[in-house]
Design a protein around this ligand. Structure first.
Ligand code: GLU
Length: 490
C-alpha cells in the first residue's frame, strides 16, 4: 500500500499555525513511508471562504517547505483539489443521490422557522437539541415528487437509532464509543445544493486514495458519521488518527486572543521556517534521542505515527524564541545578512510614510523610527509631567487611557481613527464630570493629556501623529510602555 495523506484546510482568514502543525505531521508520515502528501482546499462554506486565503495557504506552506506532491496549484491525477470545483462536476451530489436511492439518506423539507421551533420545544422539554427526524417519515416517492417540483430541501443522513459506534484510534488508549441515538441526522447536502464538510471530506478522501487521515482531535466527534458514510457509500475507510490540538497556556484551544495564530505573522516577525517547524515538531513528537534541534528532513526520517503526543501540546512562544535563536545564529553570514535586510525592509515600508515629513537627511530615519522598533523606551520624568500637572494627575490620565486602549485591543479596533475616538471619549467623559472646573479641562486637553500619552508611548515629546504612532507601535508594546510610565509617576 502506498501511503497517501492530506491536509484539507478551509480557506478562511489567515493561514493558521494549526494547519502547519497538522501539515507537518502528515508530511513527515508521508516521507517516512515513501508516500504522497496532498493539499486539498475545503471551500464549501461559501460565506467564509476566499480565494485570497487559499493563495495565502499555498504561500505559507511553501515558505515552510511543506511541499505537497498534489494540490490545487501543482496538479495531480486525482484532481481537482479544490472542493468548489468538484461541486461543479456534480461529485458530491452523485454520492448523495446514491445514498438516497439506497434508502440511507433522505430529503428534508423543514424550514428555518420549523427547525427553530423544534429547538425551542426541545430546550423547554430539557431534551437534547437535535433534528427530530420528522422528514424520515415521508414516503420516498412523495419526497422525490417534492424534490422534482423544486421544493427547497437538504439531504440528511439516515443515522442508525440504536446500538453503539466504537472505534479504536491508534493514538488513544481507550476506544471511542458513542450511542447512535445521540448522533444527529447530519445534513449532507445543504439547501443551496452544496455539500457539507462531512460528505465532501469522506467522498474526497476516498476518491483521492487517502490511506490515513491524520487530523486534529476536534474531529473525533464526527468520526461515527464519517465511518458510516464510508461504509454506506461502499468505500473502505482510511485509517483515522486524531492528534492533540495546540493549546494556549490555559489549555484552551489555541486562539488569536492568546497567541499569534497566523503563519504570516511569524514570517513578518522574521521567524525562520526551520525554527517554526522545529518548534511545531517538538509540540507533537520528540526526537528519539532527545535532541532539541532538528530539521524537517531529519524529522521525516525518524517520525513515528505511534509516538505522537496527544496530550494537548501547549504553545509556548518562549520555546519558539529559544529555537529561533539556535537556528538564527547558525545561519551563514550571507543568509543572516539577508534576514537582517529583509527585517529592515519590512519595517522601513511601514514606517517610512510616518516619518518622511520629518527627515532632513536619510540617516535621520534611524533616529525617528527608533521608538517604533525598540523593545522599550526611557521616560524622563520632566517630559512626562507637563507644566502645571502633578504626578498623581498624569498617572490618572495614563491609566484611564490604558484602560481605553486595552478595550480597543480586545475589540481588535487598533486603527488610528478608532484609537483617537477612544482616547478622546475618555477626555470628554472626564471633563463632563465637573464642567465648571477649568483645571480639570486643562488637564484633559490634548495639550497636556495627549502630550503625556505621547511621551509614555514614544519616550519623546515629538513624534509623528500620535494615533498613527500608537497604531504602528502596536497594542502590546504601547500598553507596556504606558504602564511603565505610570509606574514611574508613583
Ligand atoms: N476542512 C477541515 C478543517 O478545516 C478539515 C478537517 C479534516 O482534516 O478532515 O479543519
Amino acid at each position: 500500500m502506498t501511503v497517501r495523506v492530506r491536509i484539507a484546510p478551509s480557506p478562511t482568514g489567515d493561514p493558521h499555525v494549526g494547519t502547519a502543525y497538522i501539515g507537518l505531521l502528515n508530511w513527515c508520515f508521508a516521507k517516512r513511508h515513501g508516500g504522497k502528501f496532498i493539499l486539498r482546499i475545503e471551500d464549501t462554506d461559501r460565506t467564509r471562504c476566499t480565494e485570497a486565503s487559499a493563495q495565502a495557504i499555498y504561500r505559507s506552506l511553501k515558505w515552510l517547505g511543506l511541499t505537497y506532491d498534489e494540490g490545487p496549484d501543482v496538479g495531480g491525477d486525482r484532481g481537482p483539489y479544490v472542493q468548489s470545483e468538484r461541486v461543479k462536476l456534480g461529485i458530491y451530489q452523485r454520492h448523495a443521490d446514491q445514498l438516497v436511492a439506497q434508502g440511507d439518506a433522505y430529503p428534508c423539507f423543514c424550514t428555518a422557522p420549523d427547525l427553530d421551533a423544534m429547538r425551542k420545544a426541545q430546550l423547554a422539554a430539557k431534551q437534547p437539541v437535535m433534528y427530530d427526524r420528522r422528514c424520515r417519515g415521508i414516503a420516498p416517492s412523495e419526497a422525490a415528487r417534492r424534490v422534482a417540483a423544486g421544493e427547497t430541501h437538504v439531504v440528511r443522513m439516515k443515522t442508525p437509532t440504536e446500538g453503539d459506534f466504537t472505534y479504536k484510534d491508534r493514538l488513544r488508549a481507550k476506544p471511542t464509543t458513542k450511542a447512535w441515538a445521540d448522533i444527529d441526522d447530519q445534513v449532507l447536502i445543504k439547501g443551496d445544493g452544496w455539500p457539507t464538510y462531512h460528505l465532501a471530506a469522506v467522498v474526497d478522501d476516498h476518491l483521492m486514495g487517502i490511506t490515513h487521515v491524520i487530523r486534529a482531535e476536534e474531529w473525533l466527534n464526527s468520526l461515527p458519521k464519517h465511518i458510516w458514510l464510508n461504509q454506506h457509500l461502499g468505500f473502505t475507510p482510511p485509517e483515522y488518527v486524531h492528534v492533540g490540538l495546540l493549546r494556549n497556556a490555559d489549555k484552551s484551544k489555541i486562539s488569536k486572543r492568546k497567541n499569534p495564530t497566523s503563519l504570516r505573522w511569524y514570517e513578518a516577525q522574521g521567524y525562520l521556517p526551520e525554527a517554526l517547524l522545529n518548534f511545531l515538531a517538538q509540540l507533537g513528537h520528540s526526537h528519539p534521542d532527545g535532541t532539541e534541534q532538528f530539521s524537517l528532513a531529519e524529522m521525516g526520517g525518524f517520525f513515528d505515527l505511534d509516538r505522537i503526543n496527544v496530550a494537548g501540546p501547549v504553545f509556548d512562544l518562549k520555546k519558539l524564541d529559544h529555537l529561533q535563536g539556535l537556528w538564527f545564529r547558525q545561519l551563514s553570514p550571507e543568509r543572516m545578512r539577508d534576514e537582517v535586510v529583509r527585517a529592515i525592509d519590512t519595517r522601513f515600508a511601514d514606517l517610512f510614510p510616518l516619518v518622511k515629513e520629518r527627515l532632513t537627511r536619510g540617516g535621520d530615519f534611524l533616529t525617528l523610527a527608533e521608538p517604533f522598533y525598540a523593545a522599550s523606551v526611557t521616560h524622563h520624568l520632566d517630559e512626562l509631567l507637563p507644566k502645571g500637572a502633578d504626578k498623581a494627575q498624569i498617572r490618572g490620565v495614563l491609566e484611564a487611557f490604558a484602560k481605553a486602549l486595552k478595550e480597543a485591543q480586545a475589540a481588535e479596533t487598533w486603527t488610528p481613527p478608532a484609537l483617537e475616538e477612544a482616547v478622546r471619549a475618555v477626555c470628554t467623559a472626564e471633563i463632563a464630570k465637573a464642567p465648571e472646573d477649568a483645571a480639570l479641562a486643562a488637564l484633559w486637553s490634548p495639550k497636556i493629556a495627549f502630550s503625556a500619552l505621547r511621551v509614555a508611548v514614544t519616550g519623546r515629546t515629538n513624534s509623528p501623529p500620535l494615533f498613527e504612532t500608537i497604531a504602528a507601535i502596536g497594542a502590546v508594546r504601547c500598553l507596556e510602555r504606558i504602564t511603565a510610565a505610570a509606574n514611574k509617576l508613583r
